[in-house]
Design a protein around this ligand. Structure first.
Ligand SMILES: [Zn+2]
Length: 330
């Protein structure tokens, strides 16, 4: 083995010497992207966007609040200079009755090939079926945290993208009909219907992004954003980078290294159907019977649950990820 190796090496040296041909001009390398400042995420502004959503009332598909919020989301993204696609589809409720639903997609630099995907769900649950008061199980929840918080953060991200333009494609996708699924575990596809629809039929044919970040229930006080199971399986490198960066930014009290349970959430379908490595930032508190906050799918999920420190941490991490990607530092 050894001699054979030396023989190869010798041959290589000989050939190398013989190939001392004149050098051809290589094309000039592309200039590195300009250094830009990472904008400061305004948590009060994000809170205001949650307040506006909650003011529409419950946003379960088919409700007045849902219709009004849909129009407001489209108009707001347009006012931030995004190209907005409203993707209508038929979803089904708990009784398999069909209703109109809409994924809302706001694109910045739709022509760019380098893209980042940011997602959340904008519908709120039609049933407060985990409320301690059983008489309230049938009525829809306000969803300040569950639905409202991720959307509020991404609206503020959109505002900052307009105020601090960068030459990077960013798509903000707000999925509808995420939270209308059945609790009995027999029909897992009843959850995340908007993500399934978009995953099979993206707004742009063969849509691709470098990676994705999904936000769900990011607004409550002292959140525990662990390393969620599906993200760990499908996007381990993105998760390492996002969590490492968050900890480096001083948000390690929320972005912890605990390995948390997989959650059937929209990012699962983004990973499985579009193969875009996508992580979920989701609050999974310790000592919780359901795995989520005590306000989860109850009538306590109102504005009073939202803490601007949580919004600031999540929003600043998302903004830093986007601008660092542009500067090729992520
Ligand atoms: Zn929910």
């Amino acid at each position: 083995m050894r001699s054979l190796y030396l023989g190869f090496l010798f041959l290589f040296l000989v050939t190398s010497c013989q190939q001392d041909a004149p050098k051809t001009e290589s094309p000039a390398p592309a200039p590195p992207p300009a250094r830009v400042n990472i904008p400061s995420f305004d948590a009060a502004s994000a809170f205001g966007y949650i307040e506006q959503q909650v003011a529409f009332g419950p946003r379960d598909p088919g409700s007045d609040g849902h219709r009004a919020c849909r129009d407001w989301l489209i108009a707001t993204f347009e006012s931030f200079g995004a190209r907005v696609t409203a993707q209508d589809f038929q979803a089904r409720d708990l009784n398999n009755k069909s209703y109109e639903a809409t994924n809302i997609i706001a694109s910045f630099h739709p022509e760019a090939s380098r893209r980042v995907l940011l997602t959340a769900h904008w519908d709120t649950r039609a049933h407060g079926d985990y409320d301690p008061d059983e008489s309230k199980h049938a009525s829809p929840i306000l969803g300040a945290d569950d639905g409202g918080s991720g959307v509020g953060v991404l609206l503020e991200v959109a505002r900052l993208l307009q105020a601090n333009p960068i030459d990077l494609g960013v798509d903000i996708v707000l999925f509808d009909a995420e939270d209308q699924g059945k609790n009995n575990g027999e029909d897992p596809m009843s959850w995340c219907q908007g993500a399934q629809y978009w995953g099979n039929k993206p707004h742009v044919e063969n849509y691709m992004a470098q990676f994705g970040i999904h936000l769900d229930m990011v607004g409550a006080k002292n959140p525990r954003f662990g390393k969620e199971g599906y993200s760990r399986a499908y996007a381990p490198q993105i998760q390492q980078k996002v969590w490492g960066m968050a900890q480096g930014m001083g948000f390690g009290m929320f972005f912890v290294n605990d390995l948390t349970n997989p959650v059937t959430d929209d990012h699962k379908y983004v990973n499985e159907l579009r193969r875009i490595p996508t992580v979920n930032i989701i609050n999974q508190p310790l000592a919780s019977e359901t795995g989520f906050g005590a306000h989860w799918h109850t009538h306590s999920d109102g504005l009073e649950i939202i803490d601007q420190r949580s919004l600031k941490a999540v929003g600043q991490v998302v903004i830093a990820t986007v601008y660092n990607t542009y500067m090729q530092r992520f």
